[in-house]
Design a protein around this ligand. Structure first.
Ligand code: NAP
Length: 527
């Protein structure tokens, strides 16, 4: 299938603009197949119109119909075969095993939402039956459940061209919730997005979903994405990427006549606290952490970008061991030349700060677009004076903060910004001794890990991927796992509603056999 570069406006392809862009191979600098036509304002408007109209029909589809649709999307993505893998590799510089793994993860999360819908209980159905005889006041029949918000705007992340992209977690959870989706394709992997969009549209047609259930538009001038978020027909936004981008869209959404939620997952430096007992085997610890810091060229939002420890001779040993690991690592190609340039600039800026010492930098010089790993250290007192140290350096970089004692370490934790994750390394007994410090750390993060590394985010019911600001714009929600669906629904209460028009989930007979809170008790019983 050759890449056409057109926008997917509902089920139709469209390319009316004379503005287009290309994607270049990071190493050879040759243009990859495809001119990507930036969506015009009219094309965006048509996509919005179709999505808004589709919502009325799509929200009435049963959970089973939406589950079949999601399964069909997963099947169509698999049907793209090796073409998808090769294109994604070319656009992201990520190796085949990683892309094949990411495709598996993407398919897995789409199917996970299909399973959630088939089970059906996630809608939090709650029924309080009428009590006409109650005195002094009778009680009405009240039935509540989660209902879809409306059109959702999704922005793709550069670092997960499949799993946090066109058919990634945001799209899958919004479609599962009953919301039409408009994706703004990422300008660094638009060909990958096109292939995925074509698979989704095939599923839309096969499952007889209305045109406009899904659209995807190109454009790298910010204006396309901003037009979508400003439009009153859009009811929520899903975003993963830079703090600047996320905050810009958040501000736009909040200045609208009707403000809407923006679920932006932005930066995180993922502090890791090394309690003294964790430094027994410094070689092993250094090897495990060097691996995590440089995994995927450090381009994970859960990268361990900050290590907090107490000064000691064992910490000196750890620094030496970490230096040996980092020096010998070979730099690898980053996602794009833009990301690589940002890494170099941010790294240079970080190591210019007062009090910082470079522990080690990979010896091999970086060639074009490669990220050269670096670890540095700073005293806790300097760290606490300068907020610059808390800025994410997106890439294979980590900063060790050296504290005089446990009290100073606790102070450092207190001044940390919100994070996606925080990690504690230490023996069980030492961890138990520092319960207040750990409680302090819990206040800062969405996921608290023990004796492990933060990279690796399981897609499951119990995952929390989202933390206090500025890690994300709303720490009550997750962008990974089944909980992600809750971002795109709102509770609606039906009072004395005729049974005929009640959603299936709230009807007396409970034909879906879901758990409901019936007069205060969880049950699958009918009424
Ligand atoms: P990004 O620049 O924030 O872009 C993400 C998406 O949002 C892109 O589609 C982009 O459009 C769009 N966008 C960004 N700013 C916008 C604005 N002001 N108005 C409208 N649309 C906007 O993120 P990225 O390209 O993935 O990576 C850039 C940097 O973000 C990295 O160097 C890294 O520092 C950080 N990052 C963080 C994470 C994380 O998980 N925390 C993940 C990836 C990247 P275009 O396609 O037109 O650019």
């Amino acid at each position: 299938m050759s890449i056409h570069g057109k926008n997917f406006i509902g089920n139709k392809l469209s390319a009316t603009s004379n503005k287009s862009s290309k994607i270049y191979d990071i190493n050879s600098e040759d243009a990859l197949d495809g001119d990507f036509y930036h969506a015009t304002s009219d094309e965006v408007n048509t996509a919005l119109q179709l999505a808004n109209k589709a919502f009325i029909v799509y929200k009435q589809k049963t959970q089973k119909q939406r589950a079949d649709f999601l399964d069909s999307i997963a099947d169509e993505i698999m049907n793209l075969g090796d073409e998808l893998i090769v294109r994604t590799m070319n656009e992201s510089n990520l190796p085949r095993p990683r892309i094949e793994g990411e495709r598996g993860r993407t398919i897995g999360q789409i199917k996970m939402f299909a399973t959630l819908l088939r089970d059906g209980s996630w809608v939090e159905a709650s029924i309080d039956t009428a009590m006409p005889e109650r005195t002094p006041l009778a009680r009405n029949d009240l039935r509540k459940m989660l209902r879809p918000l409306g059109v959702v705007s999704v922005f793709e992340a550069s670092n997960f061209p499949l799993a946090f992209a066109c058919a990634g977690g945001d799209t899958a959870s919004a479609l599962a919730a009953g919301c039409p989706v408009i994706v703004k394709a990422h300008s660094s992997h638009s060909g990958t997005s096109e292939l995925i969009a074509s698979a989704i549209i095939k599923a839309v047609k096969k499952c007889d979903m209305p045109s406009g259930t899904f659209s995807m538009v190109h454009g790298n001038g910010r204006s396309v994405g901003q037009q979508i978020v400003m439009d009153e027909r859009v009811k929520a936004v899903g975003f993963t990427g830079s703090t600047q981008g996320g905050m810009n869209l958040f501000d736009i959404a909040n200045k609208r006549k009707t403000p809407i939620p923006v679920f932006a997952e932005m930066g995180s430096i993922n502090p890791c606290v090394f309690l003294p007992s964790s430094l027994k085997n410094t070689k092993k610890l250094a090897s495990v952490y060097a691996f995590s810091i440089t995994l995927g060229v450090g381009q994970f939002c859960t990268n361990p970008g900050l290590i907090l420890a107490i000064k000691s001779s064992k910490l000196e040993e750890f620094k030496n061991d970490l230096a040996k690991e980092i020096i010998n690592l070979k730099p690898a190609a980053m996602l794009s030349s833009g990301i690589q340039e940002a890494y170099e600039t941010n790294k240079e800026e970080a190591i210019k700060q007062h009090g910082i010492t470079v522990i080690a930098q990979a010896l091999e010089e970086n060639t074009i677009a490669q990220g050269r790993p670096l670890v540095a250290s700073v005293n806790a007192s300097e760290f606490m004076k300068n907020n610059k140290f808390q800025e994410e350096v997106f890439g294979p970089y980590s900063l060790l903060v050296e504290c005089d004692d446990i009290n100073e370490l606790d102070k450092v934790v207190s001044c940390l910004d919100g994070q996606l994750t925080a990690t504690v390394m230490g023996s069980n007994s030492e961890i138990a001794e520092h319960i207040n410090l750990i409680s302090n750390l819990e206040n800062k993060c969405g996921r608290l890990l023990f004796n492990s590394v933060p990279t690796g985010v399981e897609v499951c019911h119990s995952m929390q991927h989202g933390g206090p600001f500025p890690a994300s714009t709303d720490s009550r929600f997750t962008s990974v796992g089944t909980g992600a669906i809750k971002r795109f629904v709102r509770p609606v209460c039906f009072q004395d509603c005729p049974s005929k028009i009640l959603p299936q989930e709230l009807k007396d007979e409970n034909s879906l056999n879901i758990f409901r809170l019936l007069n205060g008790e969880y049950t699958k019983n009918s009424i």
